[in-house]
Design a protein around this ligand. Structure first.
Ligand SMILES: [Zn+2]
Length: 275
C-alpha cells in the first residue's frame, strides 16, 4: 500500500477502486511495503469494506516495529511475516515479495510479478527523483547496496510509490546518481572539507552536461536544476532546505553522512570499487 495523507479516506478510496476494477472479488491479502504510517495504515477500513479480516503480510522487522501495546489500532502489525522472500499465489499467478536489505526503513519490501516481469517498489527508489532533506529513516550505507540489489530482479517495468512508472534504466540512473554522490561526499569528508567547502566543491557530472546545464536527467537532480525534489524522503522531513539549491543539498548530505556513520562510511565507500 502507498497512501499519503488521510489514511482512512485513502483506504476507503482503495476499497472503492478495488470494487470498481474487480467487482465481486474478495480481498485476500494486505501487503505492507514497510511500516511507515502512510504505507501500513487503513487495513481495518479495508476489512470493513470487504468480508472481514484477511492476513496482513509484511517483513519481520515491520512486525517488530508495529506490534506492542502502544500500537495504533489503525496501524495493525502484520499477521504473516517473512525474512528474505515470500511468494503469494494469487489467481494461480505468483507474486514474489523480496526483502533486499535496509534502505528507507529496515523492513521495506519489493513486489515482483515474474510472469509479467513487473516490479513495485516504494520510497527508496522512484523515477527521476531522489532522496533529499534529512533523509528520514534511511539506512546508510545499506541503502546503496539495496538499491543495487533491486537490479538483480529481472523486471522490465517498474512502478513506484510516487511519480511515473519506469524501467531498468530509471533505476540505473538512481544507482549512478547515489554512487557519484557518495563518492564525491566521501572524498570531501576525507579531505577535511567543511560542509560549505564541500558544497562549493562537489559537482555531480551525471547531473550536468557541459556548462552546468542539466542533462537528460529531467528533474532527477532537483538541487542542480534549482527545482525542488518530490517524492522519496519527503515524509517526515522538515523544510530546512526548502527553496534552497544544490549547495544546501550537498551540505545536508555531508552532514547526514558525517553524523550518522563518520568512520564507517569512509571506510566502506572509499575502499569499495564501483559495482
Ligand atoms: Zn516510508
Amino acid at each position: 500500500m502507498a497512501s499519503p495523507g488521510d489514511v482512512t479516506a485513502a483506504a476507503r478510496l482503495y476499497a472503492a477502486e478495488m470494487g470498481r476494477l474487480a467487482p465481486g472479488k474478495p480481498l485476500r491479502t494486505v501487503v505492507y511495503s514497510h511500516d511507515h504510517a502512510d504505507h501500513a495504515s487503513g487495513a481495518p477500513t479495508l476489512f470493513q469494506a470487504f468480508a472481514g479480516p484477511v492476513p496482513i503480510v509484511g517483513h519481520e522487522n515491520a512486525y517488530a516495529k508495529l506490534a506492542g501495546p502502544t500500537g495504533d489500532p489503525n496501524l495493525p502489525p502484520p499477521t504473516l511475516t517473512f525474512a528474505d522472500r515470500m511468494t503469494i499465489g494469487f489467481g494461480g499467478r505468483p507474486i514474489e515479495l523480496h526483502y533486499l536489505g535496509k534502505s528507507h526503513s529496515d523492513n521495506l519490501i519489493v513486489a515482483y510479478l515474474p510472469e509479467d516481469r513487473f516490479a513495485f517498489a516504494v520510497d527508496f527508489v522512484a523515477n527521476e527523483v531522489v532522496g533529499f532533506r534529512d533523509l528520514p529513516d534511511y539506512h546508510f550505507p545499506d541503502f546503496f547496496e539495496t538499491l543495487e540489489r533491486l537490479q538483480r530482479i529481472p523486471y522490465e517495468r517498474i512502478v513506484f510509490g510516487q511519480g511515473p512508472p519506469g524501467d531498468r534504466a530509471s533505476v540505473e540512473r538512481q544507482v549512478r546518481y547515489y554512487r557519484e554522490l557518495r563518492e564525491a561526499v566521501s572524498k570531501a569528508v576525507a579531505q577535511g572539507m567543511s560542509e560549505d567547502e564541500a558544497a562549493g566543491w562537489i559537482q555531480l557530472a551525471s547531473c550536468h552536461s557541459g556548462g552546468g546545464t542539466t542533462s537528460g536527467w529531467g528533474s532527477m537532480c532537483g538541487p542542480c536544476t534549482g527545482g525542488w525534489l518530490e517524492g522519496v524522503g519527503r515524509e517526515g522531513g522538515d523544510d530546512v532546505l526548502a527553496g534552497a539549491g544544490n549547495g544546501a543539498y550537498i551540505k545536508q548530505f555531508v552532514r547526514v553522512m558525517r553524523v550518522r556513520f563518520p568512520a564507517r562510511f569512509l571506510q566502506v565507500w572509499t575502499q569499495r570499487r564501483p559495482v
